[in-house]
Design a protein around this ligand. Structure first.
Ligand SMILES: Nc1ncnc2c1ncn2[C@@H]1O[C@H](COP(=O)(O)OP(=O)(O)OP(=O)(O)O)[C@@H](O)[C@H]1O
Length: 248
């Protein structure tokens, strides 16, 4: 199984363990007149598994969306592999940093059509759909190959989220941003998806992810460092279990 799972034909960026993949410098996000968070600085190194925690409304989703380049920033900058993010670099960046939300939209059609469709997007056109990889992932999830032919309109919420995970993981991003991705799922499906992400990371140990969740047990299982958004005016980056990060 392990050998089969290492056959991923997507490209993987050259990442050195001591160089950050991402440097976040003095970042600030304001919504209308209110700063949700500000002066946020930290780095993400290859292989890191980071929990982003904080109360509801502390800005976890806004942070992941900002890191994904989906929302504008009102202060600071993001450096990806030594290069500052700007509009010119954004397409390359977006192919390497992928955001997965709690209830992602799927396209009409079958599961497999959904998985293939994403390769038509300009940012992923250099990649090739890898059915074997998907079948290996499905095997891990105890799903048969005929799952690929199911229409997405007939999927349960948990099955739809499995498709969303597969669609993101197959693109082999350097950093995966997971925004409460299992919050509405039963415990069994949630743990299957945790196992899937763990397998995905083991395939290329330099891959990193940030995961938001209100479930401390889940974060204990799958992360090894924490960034805590304390409240709507103060941002604190807490000491990690295994690594240290900038602390302002
Ligand atoms: N598009 C928007 N327009 C106005 N306010 C917004 C917008 N998006 C987010 N907010 C506000 O910004 C704050 C942070 O929202 P965010 O969704 O990032 O919080 P969160 O920490 O992820 O919360 P939860 O744990 O409940 O998912 C909230 O007060 C929210 O209402």
């Amino acid at each position: 199984m392990k050998d089969r799972l290492t056959k991923n034909h997507t490209t993987q960026p050259e990442l050195l363990p001591n160089n950050p993949i991402l440097s976040v410098q003095d970042l600030g996000r304001r919504v209308e007149d209110r700063w949700i968070w500000s002066h946020l600085s930290f780095q993400v190194f290859p292989g890191e598994r980071i929990a982003v925690i904080g109360a509801s409304g502390s800005g976890k989703s806004l942070l992941l969306r900002a890191l994904a380049g989906l929302d504008p920033l009102q202060a600071g900058q993001i450096i990806f592999q030594g290069q500052q993010i700007n509009s010119h670099f954004m397409p390359t960046y977006r192919s390497q940093i992928i955001y997965l939300q709690q209830r992602p939209a799927l396209w009409e059609g079958t599961v497999e059509e959904n998985l293939q469709q994403v390769y038509r997007l300009a940012v992923h056109r250099h990649l090739i759909y890898n059915r074997e990889l998907i079948l290996n992932y499905l095997h891990l999830l105890h799903k048969k190959p005929d799952f690929l032919q199911r229409p997405v309109s007939a999927l349960s919420g948990g099955e739809a989220q499995i498709v969303a995970f597969l669609r993101a993981l197959q693109l082999s991003p350097a950093i995966l941003l997971l925004d409460e991705p299992t919050a509405s799922l039963d415990a069994g499906t949630a743990q299957s998806l945790e196992a899937l992400v763990t397998t995905w990371q083991h395939e290329h140990p330099q891959r990193a992810y940030l995961w938001t969740s209100h479930d401390p047990n889940q974060l204990e299982r799958i992360t090894n460092r924490q960034i805590t958004l304390k409240d709507q005016s103060e941002v604190t980056i807490e000491k990690s279990k295994e690594t240290t990060i900038d602390n302002r």
